[in-house]
Design a protein around this ligand. Structure first.
Ligand SMILES: [Zn+2]
Length: 393
């Protein structure tokens, strides 16, 4: 009997260890690899001209959710769409790292409520600290801390830009060393404020410089494009927008409802970005892409439109299709207002990862875009935007 109990106890221990390994090691990898898919494809053929042009440019991207996943951003992985080694292979000089902090159950592009949060389980399975389990604010702070850790251990090769001079200095260093890369921190939705405007100061202090107003559901600031109400900016939303501008932070209206975008445009003169989107006149997905007339107003006041790589943004997800959308954007809204906004690692399926960015340069060249304009849409517009709109001197 004693032996039987001993065997049973051992089996239980082994079962717990096995279960633990599955839940905390294998499951997060499976979820990550299953959500951030790069479709199988042959290596892209890049002309020598495109290779040379791409290697000599400063690429930049307005939106990636790298920090959401258990991967160490400093190491190279065989799944997911980004990490520092792959950013460098793609010659990315500047990347905006956004922080997803709440994921409603049964997420869709039509009408989500802020309920049945899927992120609680993700924070637990990925062994995030308990303070993040029930606090949306702490989830944003934790992801910012993760990026700061990457910066601390980078030996100076990775720099989080919080001011104009941070970015200027980093770009000056990068002229002689293409391993230098800059990150800017952003929120995907302003719900990490948890309804308290004082938390904006804390987000600023944690390094955040761009605030997305909404994600997939209506929040206290106003309606989401994929929310239930389709409503506009609330009085609290106006208070937050004012404070974002006063603190020298930047506004992102990707995912905001049409009414919210209209209200923000009417309420402030500040330029804004649509960090990851498609353009409706070329890709007719009105549940994901806001009307061209709003994009035009955003461009007219000096804003940026970041073109995404997934189906509802760009319709044709090949490098050819992405190039077509970039050229369409440049023709429609002006070449100075178009940028890359991949949404890499944002639970999207793409046909390239960030190491393969030269394929877009190649397609742009083949489709006849001028070299000087390719440099703009691939990164220079975005770098100029941050040099102008980050706080400080
Ligand atoms: Zn998004």
């Amino acid at each position: 009997m004693k032996k039987f109990i001993k065997t049973l106890a051992w089996l239980l221990v082994l079962g717990l260890i096995g279960g633990g390994i599955y839940v905390f090691k294998i499951l997060p990898t499976q979820v990550d690899a299953g959500m951030n898919v790069v479709l199988d494809h042959k290596p892209y053929k890049i002309s020598d001209e495109a290779k040379e042009l791409h290697a000599s440019m400063r690429a930049a991207d307005l939106h990636a959710d790298t920090l959401l996943w258990k991967r160490n951003p400093a190491k190279r992985y065989t799944y997911g769409q980004t990490d520092l080694p792959r950013f460098r292979e793609g010659n990315v000089a500047l990347q905006v790292f956004s922080t997803v902090t709440y994921v409603p159950g049964n997420m869709n592009t039509d009408a989500n409520k802020m309920e049945n949060d899927q992120m609680t389980l993700l924070t637990q399975v990925q062994a995030w600290p308990p303070r993040t389990w029930n606090s949306i604010f702490e989830r944003a702070i934790f992801q910012a801390e993760r990026l700061h850790k990457v910066e601390r251990f980078s030996g100076g090769d990775f720099i989080i830009a919080k001011t104009k001079s941070d970015l200027r200095d980093a770009m000056a260093k990068r002229a002689n060393n293409h391993d230098i890369m800059v990150g800017v921190l952003a929120t995907e939705g302003a719900h990490p404020l948890e309804g308290d405007i004082a938390n904006l100061d804390k987000l600023y202090d944690a390094g955040f410089r761009m605030i997305g107003l909404q994600h997939f559901f209506d929040n206290k600031l106003g309606g989401s494009l994929h929310g239930v109400s389709k409503s506009g900016l609330t009085p609290f939303g106006k208070e937050v927008v004012t404070k974002i501008v006063n603190k020298g932070m930047m506004i992102d209206v990707a995912h905001s409802s049409i009414k919210t975008v209209e209200d923000v445009l009417a309420f402030t003169d500040a330029p804004m970005v649509v960090s990851h989107t498609g353009i409706l006149s070329l890709c007719d997905h009105p549940k994901r892409n806001i009307p061209d007339r709003l994009m035009q107003q955003i461009a007219d006041r000096g804003g940026l439109i970041g073109v995404g790589y997934w189906e509802t943004a760009v319709c044709d997800t090949t490098p050819e299709g992405i190039a077509k959308m970039l050229i369409h954007g440049a023709k429609t809204f002006g070449v100075d207002h178009i940028a890359l906004g991949s949404d890499f690692d944002g639970s999207v399926t793409t046909e390239l990862d960030t190491s393969e960015l030269a394929a877009i340069t190649d397609a742009l060249l083949r489709q006849g875009m001028l070299e000087s304009n390719i440099r703009k849409v691939m990164g220079e517009n975005q770098i100029a935007y941050f040099l102008k709109h980050l706080p400080g001197d």
